[in-house]
Design a protein around this ligand. Structure first.
Ligand SMILES: Nc1ncnc2c1ncn2[C@@H]1O[C@H](COP(=O)(O)OP(=O)(O)OP(=O)(O)O)[C@@H](O)[C@H]1O
Ligand SMILES: [Mg+2]
Length: 266
C-alpha cells in the first residue's frame, strides 16, 4: 500500500518555457481510483510521470508514504508504480507478446512457473490468450495499446497508472480496460488513469482531478466534478460533462444517474 503526494510541484521542460505544472498539491491515498482529465497540453502526462520518477520536480517534492523520493531511482520506484505510456510504441520493444509482458515481472524477480502464470493471466485479461508468440508489431495500434497495459498490469505494483488507456479502443476494448481497472481495484491497488472519455471516467473512478494550464482546477467525486456547478470549469479546459450528467441534471437525478434511473424518468 502506498500513499502518493505531490507538494507544491512545478515543472518546466526547458529554461524559459512556460510551466507545464504550476504548483500542484495532490494527495492520493492507497486504493483510490483517480481519473486525471483536462485539455491537450494541460499537464496530465507530465503530472503522472512525476509519480514514478521519470520526471523530477523543478520545484516541490514527490512523496511515497510520506517520504521524499528524490534519491530513489526510476528502477526502484518501478517496484511501486507501474506506468503504461500514452504511446505504446514508446514502451513496446520485445519480439513477442509473451516476452513483452514477461519483462516487467522478471525484473521484479519473478521466474519459472510463477512467471508463466502471471503472464498468462495478464494476457487472458486483455483477450490475448493464444497470441503469446505473436510479434507485437503484427498487432493493430489499439491491440498494441492493450498489450502495453497488460505488461504493466502483470507487474502487480501497488500503484497502476494508465495514460489514456481507452484512446483508440472500440466498445470491447473499453470493456477490457474497465475490467482490468476493476480487478486491480479489487486487489487493493491504486489506479490512476488519464482520459478524455468522460463517460468512462464517470463509470470507473471515485475521484476526478481536472487540470488546466498545469494547475488543478477541480478535484472531487464524479458526482461533484460533473455537477452543473462544475460545468463552467470543465468547459474552461475544453471538457464536456458526460451526457448522462447533462440529462440527469435536467431531470433532477444528479450528475451520475444510473441507466435504470434515466430510463425510469423518461
Ligand atoms: N518533452 C517535452 N518537451 C517540451 N515540452 C513538453 C514536452 N512534453 C510536454 N511538453 C509541454 O508541456 C505541457 C504539458 O504537456 P503534457 O504532455 O503533460 O500534457 P497532456 O495533458 O498530457 O496533453 P495530451 O492530452 O495532449 O496528452 C504542454 O505545453 C506541452 O507542450
Ligand atoms: Mg498526455
Amino acid at each position: 500500500m502506498t500513499d502518493l503526494a505531490l507538494e507544491g510541484v512545478s515543472y518546466r521542460y526547458r529554461q524559459g518555457a512556460t510551466l507545464a505544472l504550476d504548483g500542484i498539491d495532490l494527495h492520493i491515498r492507497a486504493g483510490e481510483r483517480v481519473a486525471v482529465v483536462g485539455q491537450n497540453g494541460s499537464g496530465k502526462t507530465t503530472l503522472v510521470r512525476h509519480l514514478n520518477g521519470l520526471l523530477r520536480p523543478t520545484l516541490g517534492r514527490v512523496l511515497h508514504d510520506g517520504r521524499d523520493v528524490a534519491r530513489r531511482t526510476v528502477a526502484q520506484l518501478a517496484r511501486t508504480v507501474g506506468l503504461a505510456f500514452q504511446d505504446p510504441d514508446r514502451q513496446i520493444f520485445a519480439g513477442s507478446v509473451r516476452r513483452e509482458v514477461e519483462f516487467g515481472p522478471r525484473n521484479l524477480g519473478i521466474s519459472g512457473g510463477e512467471l508463466h502464470r502471471v503472464v498468462d493471466e495478464a494476457l487472458a485479461e486483455v483477450g490475448f490468450a493464444g497470441e503469446a508468440s505473436t510479434n507485437p508489431y503484427d498487432l493493430g495500434a489499439s491491440r498494441r495499446k492493450l498489450l502495453a497495459l497488460a505488461s504493466v498490469q502483470s507487474m502487480g505494483t501497488p500503484v497502476l497508472i494508465l495514460d489514456e488507456p481507452t484512446t483508440g479502443q472500440d466498445m470491447r476494448g473499453v470493456e477490457i480496460v474497465k475490467l482490468l481497472i476493476d480487478r486491480a481495484h479489487a486487489a487493493g491497488r491504486t489506479v490512476i488513469a488519464i482520459s478524455h472519455d468522460m463517460e468512462f471516467v464517470a463509470a470507473s473512478f471515485d475521484r476526478v482531478v481536472v487540470l488546466r494550464l498545469g494547475r488543478v482546477i477541480l478535484d472531487g467525486s464524479p458526482a461533484s466534478a460533473f455537477d452543473e456547478g462544475s460545468w463552467e470549469a470543465l468547459r474552461s479546459t475544453y471538457l464536456e460533462p458526460p451526457l448522462p450528467a447533462i440529462i440527469g441534471s435536467r431531470l433532477g437525478l444528479g450528475a451520475t444517474p444510473t441507466d435504470d434511473e434515466l430510463l425510469a424518468a423518461l
